[in-house]
Design a protein around this ligand. Structure first.
Ligand code: SF4
Length: 317
């Protein structure tokens, strides 16, 4: 049990006398409610061994609630000197103030990266939206640039920390909380992937943020359940509706892309078939019909359809 180990560490430190430096993490570990201490105790021994071997822990930070609470939790167990924070910037399509929010809630330098093409450029060039099954957006916009940045940092023993949680989807519940990345373990590099808050519930995520004396990004106050891309191809109807109301310019851009590509952003469902963003949200984008230009689908009463559409049960990124 980690609690026992912690007590041993504290005891052994006293053998070095008053001059022995007391790691910051020792003080952090003793605070917190019981549910948090239970998660402390569940941190895999492999992680503690990797920490003791000097591994660098890379926190993937999207600016969302899961990243924010994961960072606070990782700091309970890993010395600050062994933590780095990376954010994949999503130009044009992420919520206002994401980067500033991350910087105001971390004590580390924020390493940023971005893909060569933006999501909107990708859609324009391909003439279609990314699909949930392929998720080119996740690999091109996030995973690829972040992994490239980590490799460029040059560390040889790496623990890549990501904020996925089992509660989010059945696919996510099947993910291994800790595994070796064979794909990235090459050229003398040992690369592990750790999901520090995999078993956490959403209420614990928000509690951790509050215990850290912080607030989540302002979009949560508006009712969003997730952050990331403002208009995610797998977002719920509620999130898309809130996003449309608070980001009218970007919303209009997505609706225009649906019209120009002849595609819809969301996957068709068995129950509702193909629906445009306007049909799902019931929020008009304010695009005037032009002679000779037809919308992809004849718009039924958007408000009626919006009331019928249920949450999409899909995995997020
Ligand atoms: S948040 Fe959604 S749209 Fe954005 S990269 Fe992830 S899956 Fe794609």
């Amino acid at each position: 049990m980690y609690a026992t180990r912690f007590m041993d560490d504290q005891f052994s430190l006293s053998l070095f006398g008053d001059e022995a430096p007391i790691p910051v993490l020792v003080r952090r570990e003793i605070d917190g409610p019981d549910w948090l201490k239970a998660y402390d105790a569940d941190v895999p021994t492999e992680i503690l061994d990797l920490r003791d071997r000097g591994a660098v822990f890379i926190v993937n930070h999207s600016g969302g609630k899961d990243s924010q609470s994961m960072y606070a939790f990782v700091r309970r167990h890993i010395p600050d000197s062994q933590i780095k924070v990376v954010h994949a910037v999503l130009p044009e399509v992420e919520w206002d103030g994401v980067q500033e929010h991350i910087e105001s809630t971390i004590v580390h330098e924020l390493h940023t990266c971005r893909s060569r093409r933006t999501l909107l450029e990708m859609i324009e060039e391909r003439g279609m939206f990314p699909s949930p099954s392929m998720r080119q957006c996740t690999s091109d916009l996030k995973r690829g640039p972040i992994e490239r940045t980590i490799r460029q940092m040059g560390d040889k023993l790496i623990v890549n920390c990501m904020g996925m949680r089992a509660q989010e989807s059945s696919n996510r519940s099947k993910l291994a909380p800790l595994k070796l990345s064979e794909r990235n373990s090459k050229n003398g590099r040992e690369w592990h992937e750790w999901l520090p808050i995999h078993s956490w519930e959403v209420k614990e995520v928000f509690s951790m943020i509050s215990l850290a004396g912080q607030k989540p990004h302002w979009a949560y106050e508006k009712g969003m359940s997730r952050l990331s891309c403002v208009f995610c191809i797998m977002a719920s109807k509620e999130d898309l509706t809130i996003a449309a109301r608070h980001n009218p310019v970007l919303y209009k851009r997505y609706v225009e892309l649906e019209i120009s590509t002849g595609q819809v952003m969301l996957m068709p469902s068995k129950k509702h078939g193909r629906l445009t963003l306007e049909q799902v949200t019931g929020v008009p984008a304010g695009i005037e019909e032009k002679v000779g230009v037809h919308r992809v689908i004849p718009i039924r009463d958007a408000r009626v359809i919006a009331e019928e559409v249920e949450e999409f049960d899909l995995e997020f990124c």
